[in-house]
Design a protein around this ligand. Structure first.
Ligand code: C2E
Ligand code: CA
Ligand code: CA
Ligand code: CA
Length: 281
């Protein structure tokens, strides 16, 4: 037993060392990625359930690795977070999104009421300088009023609710709106939900996926939509892939959706042509 125990400890250590070294290699690669401009934002259209028109987009980070090709954010966001690099990359995301918003409004592609959402990680949001950095950035790039939305998760908020409310209120005053991402997967307490300056709930794609076949998920989604409507919030369903899912969401009173049914996240030029086509309708 002793022998076996030792072996498994050694095995464990080796695996840990392996993990740490892979993480370090990736950190180096990510530093280079930022310096050499290998990051890019993709855009997934956000659609109106009723009119089927584009009401905005979510910006999603992509890493065009020189040899590995397109690396998924699922694989590198955790490394950015643990290393702290998410601060610099998050700032890059914000600036790039602002530049694009300015460009779209100059080109007449962006209309009043449309919103571009960016994802904000907990580490970014909790930083003391976050509010001032964001305000400085949006003042450098004259984005259209009320055009920027920040997607945060419930986990960000739950730990220090008062701080989160203060941060969100200061940014709301500057025209930034907030969406609660992956809604339904976290703690979802209605009591704090009412106190937060959040305008939108994003229903997690995990619930949308099985909405046709799983009665529990269907009930949960209907409950979230009903509650959101009672609280005067906007509701976005994520991961809508099938027309039947959309029909159910529509019947429940959901306002907006994202998903492969309409479009995957696409590169800038492709999203711009989607905007043009939508506006010719
Ligand atoms: P998320 O914010 O929940 O983003 C939704 C994810 O669902 C995206 O994955 C999107 O491509 C995918 N998706 C959209 N429609 C469908 C669909 O119909 N079916 C399926 N199966 N998937 C769909 P992606 O782009 O790989 O991003 C993964 C996660 O990485 C995001 O989840 C977000 O948490 C994080 N992320 C992405 N960009 C950023 C960023 O700029 N900053 C931060 N902090 N996190 C980011
Ligand atoms: Ca998101
Ligand atoms: Ca989400
Ligand atoms: Ca997610």
């Amino acid at each position: 037993v002793k022998e076996k125990g030792r072996d498994s400890i050694e095995f464990f250590n080796e695996e840990m060392a392996d993990k740490v070294s892979r993480q370090l290699v990736m950190e180096g690669d990510l530093h280079r990625a930022l310096e050499e401009g290998q990051f890019e934002l993709y855009y997934q259209p956000k659609m109106d359930v009723i009119s089927s028109r584009v009401v905005g987009a979510e910006a999603l980070l992509r890493w065009k690795h020189p040899t590995k090709g397109m690396v998924s954010p699922v694989d590198f966001i955790p490394v950015l977070e643990t290393s702290g690099m998410i601060i610099d990359v998050g700032q890059w995301v914000l600036e790039d999104a602002c530049k694009t918003l300015v460009k779209w409004s100059e080109q007449g592609l962006w209309h009043e009421g449309m919103k571009l959402s960016i994802n904000i990680s907990p580490r970014q949001f909790r930083r003391a300088a976050f509010v001032q950095d964001v305000i400085d950035t949006i003042e450098r790039f004259p984005i259209p009023p009320n055009s920027l939305d920040m997607e945060i998760t419930e986990g960000i908020v739950i730990q220090r609710v008062e701080d989160a409310i203060a941060t969100m209120t200061l940014l709301s005053d500057k025209g930034i709106s907030f969406s609660l991402d992956d809604f339904g997967t976290g703690y979802s307490s209605i009591s704090y939900l009412k106190r937060l300056p959040v305008s939108t709930l994003k229903i997690d794609q995990g619930f949308v996926r099985d909405i046709i076949v799983d009665r529990n998920d269907r009930v949960l989604v209907e409950t979230i939509i009903t509650m959101g409507n009672l609280l005067d919030m906007e509701l976005v369903a994520e991961g809508v892939e099938e027309a039947e899912q959309l029909a159910i969401l529509k019947a429940f009173g959901c306002h907006f959706y994202q998903g492969y049914l309409f479009s995957m996240p696409v590169e800038l030029a492709v999203f711009e042509s989607i905007l043009r086509t939508d506006q010719q309708r």
